[in-house]
Ligand binder design. Structure first.
Ligand SMILES: [Zn+2]
Length: 237
């Protein structure tokens, strides 16, 4: 996802937006153990180098990946070199080429694994962070509406209602620790957009309006030029 423009809050509505209980906690005991990467996942994990191919909703096999619920990584997988490669490549992909990306999720690079990278606007220096096994535990009831776009839906933008703050659980890839975090503002919007990807949900499912946007289409041309939208010959799907 790339939100080049700072989000414009169109409306702040106190609405009934029921709290949603996450079905997973930060307790690692409910995850499977061992290395369970599929052959297809290993192909992508081992063949990708730096900027990864971006799945798009207009491609049939890509859309199946974008619409699937992603799974948690096991502790062994979190500690594996493959996961470290994925973390590095997610960062490379979201920052390519103009460094205006603020978030990306694994299904967008062909993997139904619960990992994402996003910019922490709520932290000094706005660092891009990688999190795994991300689950939103609670959505607060204040709803804000703002513009969103998605790397996997080129040329379009939409106006999307989101909770203005959330409680989220994740494995922090930087510190190698599980955390539960209360997040607000723009960072909460990005968390919701990217975690939706892990549930097979796209912003267009939640948007009030979706519209063609020439400026957004022009931005995506840069990704095309870098080959991010060109499916590699070795791609397993
Ligand atoms: Zn997106």
């Amino acid at each position: 996802m790339s939100y080049k423009s700072v989000i414009a809050v169109i409306a702040l509505i106190s609405a009934v937006f029921s709290c949603k209980s996450g079905n997973k906690s930060d307790n690692s005991s409910d995850r499977p153990s061992g290395m369970t990467f599929t052959r297809e996942e290993l192909t992508i994990l081992n063949q990708s180098d730096s900027v990864m191919y971006l799945t798009v909703i207009g491609d049939k096999s890509d859309s199946l990946i974008l619409r699937k619920v992603s799974r948690d990584l096991t502790q062994e997988e979190l500690d594996s070199p493959e996961a470290a490669t994925l973390a590095r490549n997610l960062l490379a992909t979201v920052q390519d080429p103009s460094q205006d990306g603020v978030g990306i999720s694994s299904p967008q690079v062909g993997l139904n694994l619960r990992m994402l990278a996003l910019m922490r606007y709520d932290r000094e220096g706005r660092p891009l962070q990688v999190y795994a096994n991300v689950h939103i535990d609670s959505l607060f009831t204040n709803v804000v509406k703002g513009p969103e776009g998605c790397l996997s839906i080129p040329n379009y933008r939409g106006v999307v209602p989101r909770a203005d703050s959330i409680i989220v659980s994740y494995f922090d890839f930087q510190t190698k620790q599980f955390k539960k975090d209360t997040v607000g503002g723009y960072t909460a919007i990005i968390f919701q957009h990217e975690t939706d990807h892990l549930e097979g949900i796209l912003y267009t499912d939640r948007a009030d309006t979706v519209f063609f946007n020439q400026a957004w289409a022009d931005e995506r041309k840069l990704y095309e030029q870098h080959g991010a939208y060109t499916k590699p010959a070795w791609w397993p799907y």
